[in-house]
Design a protein. Sequence first.
Length: 94
Amino acid sequence: MSKNDKMIYLRDKIDTIDNKITDLLVERFNIVKEIGAIKLNSSTKITNLSREKSIISRIFKRTNENISQSDLSEIFNSIFEISKKIQNKIKNEK
């Protein structure tokens, strides 16, 4: 396999992984909406920093340190911010 063919093959694999990540994010954000509705009805705060730290710690252990904790935090902090934005939208619509 030529270097170009190998690169095309690997990029196709990345595209497949990106599609899976997108599907999982859609699923996650749908669950976030459900949690947002529960929080609204129970007057629970949207932000839960101890939960966020716990998630990052748990995920970091799963990576076997193949991703730095800083990089992992950056990725998940973006997900957390979008999640909070979704839940705030639910709160503001009521």
